[in-house]
Design a protein around this ligand. Structure first.
Ligand SMILES: Cc1cc2nc3c(=O)[nH]c(=O)nc-3n(C[C@H](O)[C@H](O)[C@H](O)COP(=O)(O)O)c2cc1C
Length: 163
């Protein structure tokens, strides 16, 4: 994944040198601009077993700000926001790894440094007892839950230690 560029970011972004689970890193530029989830739409993407995007709908392209070409073939972690606790993703991966669907709230990072919240359901595809890929469907999140989880996730991040 490429570093985020100041030309693509709306306003002054806070810079983070972010290291992903696989050991690769990338410079993030993060602003406080929220884009609201479009009412009535669904965001859908599919990944291979390791979380590399294999398909996505137009709603993900619009909300994330990335082109389809930038998303397909790239890890879903391209949308990872530094405010998200690591333990949320650990829970996601351990749940889908057992062949069970996971639901939860995610704050995602846009290409322009802003963010959007989603309520996500991640469904593993199991063939002959083996997980071979995943589908994620996101709906508009409840505002009350977004407010509540912004505070909960901030506490969890502090306890985990930043970075
Ligand atoms: C189907 C599917 C959809 C995912 N959607 C997102 C997403 O929208 N945002 C996100 O940050 N991570 C998403 N993830 C989790 C990422 O793959 C990744 O684990 C996460 O961003 C944390 O990055 P890291 O594991 O490299 O630390 C998704 C995973 C799967 C399997």
């Amino acid at each position: 994944m490429h570093d985020m560029c100041p030309e693509d970011v709306r306003g002054e972004g806070r810079a983070y040198e972010w290291t992903y689970f696989d050991g690769t890193s990338r410079r993030l530029l993060v602003t406080d601009e929220e884009t609201r989830f479009p009412t009535g739409e669904l965001i859908v993407s599919r990944t291979d077993v390791s979380g590399v995007i294999t398909m996505c709908n137009d709603a993900l392209v619009h909300l994330s700000g990335y082109s389809r070409e930038e998303l397909v073939g790239t890890s879903h972690a391209i949308l990872r926001h530094p405010d998200m606790p690591r333990s949320v993703f650990a829970d996601l991966w351990s749940t889908v790894g057992q062949g069970t669907r996971w639901t939860g709230y995610m704050k995602n990072l846009r290409r322009d440094g802003g963010y959007y919240w989603v309520y996500a359901t991640v469904i593993p595809k199991v063939v002959d007892g083996v997980v071979v890929g995943h589908t994620s469907v996101r709906r508009e999140p409840s505002r009350a839950k977004v407010e509540e989880l912004s505070a909960v996730y901030a506490t969890m991040r502090d306890e985990e230690g930043r970075g």
